[in-house]
Design a protein around this ligand. Structure first.
Ligand SMILES: [Fe+2]
Ligand SMILES: [Fe+2]
Length: 171
């Protein structure tokens, strides 16, 4: 998909405003897989999803960008809170969608892509739109890369990841 410079700038501005938003920065405190955290993970998914959408000429780029950034905006550490451990896998998309609506006023299409990103774990939430499928696939792609990293050099990797998510259109 070819996009104009103007559209590119608009998407980059949205990306940057989320990247520096203090509510979003809280996701840094939520650990994720090896050397990653919820903040890094979410922006990596957003970059991958946008790249995929451009390559395959599919989907509404605004919905993909914002949906991907907020897909794991659940804001609790399930590793620290044993009560959430069991239900986390299937419940966190609903919590993320509610939090995102409360904090960023997102509308239904974006809520839908957030809710369906865990398919097929959440079997009833099939990703029905192109945008939802791109986010769900990108999430799995990044997740697989993160869990196959070794535990060594965790700190160094975090620094590298932070550099990688600095801008939307760098890959
Ligand atoms: Fe998730
Ligand atoms: Fe995720």
């Amino acid at each position: 998909m070819k996009i104009s410079e103007k559209e590119k700038r608009e998407l980059e501005d949205i990306y940057q405003s989320f990247l520096h938003d203090e509510k979003i920065l809280k996701m840094k405190t939520i650990s994720m897989h090896r050397g990653s955290n919820c903040y890094i993970h979410s922006f990596k998914v957003a970059k991958t999803a946008i790249r995929r959408a451009l390559r395959h000429r599919k989907g509404n780029l605004h919905t993909i960008l914002i949906g991907a950034i907020l897909h794991d905006y659940y804001l609790y550490d399930w590793r620290a809170d044993r009560s959430k451990m069991k239900s986390h896998l299937s419940h966190h998309p609903y919590i993320a969608a509610e939090n995102a609506e409360r904090d960023f006023g997102i509308h239904e299409p974006i809520k839908r892509v957030i809710k369906s990103h865990m398919w097929p774990v959440n079997f009833t939430e099939f990703p029905k739109t192109k945008e939802a499928r791109i986010i769900s696939l990108s999430d799995k792609h990044i997740y697989a890369k993160e869990i196959f990293c070794s535990k060594r050099f965790k700190a160094k990797r975090e620094e590298k990841y932070l550099r990688q998510i600095d801008t939307l259109f760098s890959w």
